[in-house]
Design a binder for this molecule. Structure first.
Ligand SMILES: [Zn+2]
Ligand SMILES: [Zn+2]
Length: 157
């Protein structure tokens, strides 16, 4: 299943571990303590969840646990992006991407990369995109297409 797998707090911790490459709970806590207003216990709980999820490796060295990332920042960011696009109708994906391009602070180099992608895509893209959503989950479908849902609703009354 494609879906977001990382909560906002977990994301904060992962960013520290990606930046440090190898770190301890105290080090993670010292980075996030102030901004996040976390107690050490909070930091440790979030770290524990990430270890359970297989996103952090843990290694006991002496009396300290050393944490290293088990997933790369790049693949995690890409997964989040895909998860977001999987939550909207194919027909609305274009406007989500347009909004992101509009809002993002990007430089000349980034724009060149995006332009090249669009140039290639333009040659292959279909004229019209088909909606593959569950009937009743998006407005592309006409109400008569999901009379089955209406029947369920009636039977619940
Ligand atoms: Zn759709
Ligand atoms: Zn739709």
């Amino acid at each position: 299943m494609i879906g977001s797998n990382i909560s906002p707090s977990e994301w904060e911790v992962m960013r520290v571990v990606w930046a440090m490459k190898e770190t301890t709970s105290n080090e993670i806590h010292s980075v996030l303590r102030k901004e996040m207003d976390w107690k050490l216990g909070t930091t440790k709980t979030v770290i524990g969840r990430l270890v359970k999820k297989g996103m952090l490796n843990t290694d006991l060295q002496g009396r300290h646990y050393i944490y290293t990332p088990a997933v790369t920042e790049k693949e995690s960011v890409e997964n989040e992006g895909r998860a977001l696009l999987s939550q909207v109708c194919n027909k609305k994906a274009g406007s989500v991407i347009a909004m992101m391009v509009e809002d993002a602070e990007i430089g000349q180099e980034d724009i060149k990369v995006i332009e090249d992608i669009l140039y290639t895509k333009r040659k292959l893209a279909p004229k019209e995109i088909t909606c593959e959503c569950i009937k009743g989950q998006c407005s592309c479908h006409h109400p008569e297409e999901y009379t089955l849902l209406e029947n369920v609703e009636v039977s619940l009354k």
